[in-house]
Design a binder for this molecule. Structure first.
Ligand SMILES: C[S@@+](CC[C@H](N)C(=O)[O-])C[C@H]1O[C@@H](n2cnc3c(N)ncnc32)[C@H](O)[C@@H]1O
Length: 339
């Protein structure tokens, strides 16, 4: 069977990436020794995935023991009670944030919510299970949640690429699904940069960047709760001398500060376009904007970027579908250099 051999200290983060991309073979047992972990894979990861995981990974051919019998998956726990297709849908909706699991349960399974919650609790071995009861909405981008199993705790510490991120899932925006996007951006940073995260939330981008580079990051957010956790996370990750948290509307904050940035992060995909003029005013010649937008195609966000920058010239460095938003619509990421 194909295995992915990686140094032990990377195992936790890589396991999450493999699970998110359905690459981990759950029927086989992970191998471990003092220095390395070997994950059993369903298929060989493509080049992009291998680069993301890191250069220290090695694809090898090796034998794995079979997993012990007993309920291991959500399907095993719910067998005979809910049909397999619906369980797959619920499983696909899982967001695991620290000790908290957030999942989606279709309305017609309302009567089974406690059962599903208990199964999710056993399956994930986390502390609290919440059900999504609204879309992400409003300026601060939070959603309503219903507690369905375990302890009713919504504050937790999530681990991501060596960073510890404290947050309350009820009061702030946070998506573990953006972990690989954050890593991609952080990996492109160079030492000495001045960076502005215009919509920083609990500061996952700034903390990851500052942990790995000698930089100065301004982490701005309008949500007082997100600001509070950003302050905590900066302290938890010991990056106080590199990240400055600022509470306020980014337009007003930047209007009163003479900041010129080498890099600006604009992860507010529903309305970041309204703030492009501010970003262009504060980006240095040759600086990079990481711009995000919900869109069906790349054309619209690219046209908006060009229009906002005019008469300055832009170079599109990269464009990608970060994740699916709804059928036909994507959370697009565009990296652009502004001259
Ligand atoms: C989609 S979240 C992104 C959070 C963070 N970048 C992350 O990856 O987790 C967008 C954030 O923008 C903040 N926000 C919305 N409008 C804002 C504004 N005008 N000025 C500053 N922050 C704003 C929200 O409070 C929210 O935390």
């Amino acid at each position: 069977m194909i295995g992915l051999k990686i140094p032990k200290n990377m195992a936790n983060d890589v396991r999450k990436i493999l699970l998110n991309h359905s690459l981990l073979n759950l029927d086989a047992r992970i191998k471990r020794d003092n220095d390395f972990v070997i994950f059993p894979l369903n298929e060989k990861p493509d080049q992009d995935m291998q680069e993301l995981i890191g250069q220290k990974c090695e694809i090898i051919e090796t034998a794995f023991e079979k997993q012990k019998k007993g309920p291991r998956s959500l399907k095993d726990y719910l067998k005979g009670k809910i049909d397999d297709e619906t369980i797959d849908e619920i499983r696909g909706s899982f967001d695991i944030i620290g000790d908290v699991v957030i999942l989606e349960i279709p309305d017609d399974l309302e009567d089974y919510k406690e059962l599903i919650g208990e199964a999710a609790l056993k399956f994930t071995k986390r502390k609290a299970i919440f059900r999504k009861t609204s879309e992400i909405k409003g300026i601060i981008r939070t959603r309503e949640l219903e507690h369905i199993a375990g302890e009713d705790i919504s504050e937790t510490v999530h681990q991501e690429f060596g960073c510890r991120l404290m947050l309350d899932v009820r009061n702030v925006y946070f998506s573990p699904r953006l972990a690989t996007e954050r890593k991609r951006v952080a990996d492109s940073v160079k030492g000495g940069e001045v960076i502005v995260d215009m919509f920083a939330g609990v500061a996952p981008f700034p903390v990851l960047i500052a942990k790995n580079h000698d930089v100065m990051v301004y982490a701005i957010d309008i949500n007082p709760e997100a600001y509070k956790y950003a302050e905590k996370n900066i302290e938890l990750n010991k990056v106080q001398d590199k990240v400055i948290p600022i509470l306020g509307d980014v337009r007003e904050v930047l209007e009163n500060k003479d900041i010129k940035a080498d890099r600006i992060i604009m992860n507010l995909p529903g309305s970041a376009y309204e703030f492009l003029d501010t970003a262009v005013q504060h980006i240095k010649p040759g600086g990079i904007i990481h711009y995000y937008e919900f869109s069906e195609s790349f054309e619209k966000p690219i046209a908006r970027l060009k229009e906002a920058a005019y008469p300055r010239k832009v170079e599109i460095l990269d464009k990608r579908k970060v994740r699916s938003r709804s059928p036909g619509k994507w959370h697009m990421g565009i990296d652009v250099r502004v001259f």
